[in-house]
Design a protein around this ligand. Sequence first.
Ligand SMILES: [Zn+2]
Length: 235
Amino acid sequence: MTDKLWMQDSYLKEWGAKIERVEQGKYVVLDKTAFYPEKGGQPSDFGRIICSGVEFKVVYGKDLGKDVSHEIEEPGLKEGDGVHCIIDWERRYRLMQMHTAAHLLHHVIFKESGALITGNQLGLEQSRMDFNVVDFNRELLTGFADKANELIGKELEISVSFLPREEAMKIPDILRLKDKLPKAIDIFRVVDIGGVDVTADGGTHVRNTGEMGKIKITGLKNKGANNRRVYFTLE
Ligand SMILES: [Zn+2]
């Protein structure tokens, strides 16, 4: 079982680990990892695994539930090896900024319009969220972004805590997602952005909204009868 270090500390960039197993020569499971696997709309981390001075490029991370599998470019690692791991930090940090921005923009859009999010994909250049609505336009969205940017400008602290299901369900935004949250989870990881947006989330976030720049709406697409895709970036 992989100890998922990013859950406790999103700023961990390097760590030592042991290889638990290797499948088909290039899918590596570590005893602990801070490499975030592709999950919940946040792309996989990239980075390096170093073993006895030899570097192996990590090109993809897959969530296997209890474990995380890391795809390496070239084979050569084996079970029992002690390794040193390093995240491609520039990429990850950008995705952290985008993730926190997505939460704040989503918070404002839901509060102002009641629109429900149906999908999301974070990216380095731009990110997107889908909403179950018919009447979004650029002007409206720019207004939502302005409101989210006001929150960002308040330099809100972001905290992560772990709450038993019963406690977590007292938080309205988490209760609202009740039917979507996995039944098997007893302990919820709760991400709290300055008391403004509090939700159950497994992703990586910045520590303070002062670290992320401002949200800019970059596009709006009609993706079907009740689906509007909103694109944004940070600058
Ligand atoms: Zn999230």
